[in-house]
Design a protein. Sequence first.
Length: 181
Amino acid sequence: MVARAEAGDVTVKDALFASLYGELHHIAQSHIRRGGGHLTMGATTLLHEAYLELNSRSHVAFPDRPRFLKYASRAMRGLLINYVRSKHAQKRGGEITFMAIPDQHPAGTEAASLETLSEALDALAQVDSALAELVDLKFFCGFSFAEIATMRGVSERTVQRDWAKARVVLHDALQNWTGAS
């Protein structure tokens, strides 16, 4: 089924997506929940937008289910960040107001926190791509430590140690990011 979908069979591609719909919807719900309580986009809308984006790409291949779910999760994260940015952007030459820029992001703004998290994850991927992938699989895709260990061919304890390391690195990056802004 995967081979036929990769070969361009649209019917099989749609059937494959339908078979993963439950998992993808769970990932979308996770993104919405982590995005803060002020989002007006629902999980189903996010999932369908991600599907349209993924379906528009013709030369993307996924060797296995976890890599597809990771890619879909990243697409959802990007869509959600763009949605929050556009929602908070000032439109069409509104009032221009000069004001002092605070040293830190205002507390409680989901746009700032999502953008900051995304930038910290991108920075982590440049330093240690395996840790960034782990954050995607655990935090955004919702895989358990046991599932991630099976995917990676390592022990569950190794995954837990890597998770602890990733959390520390991200925490430090987020502290430096918000402190330097």
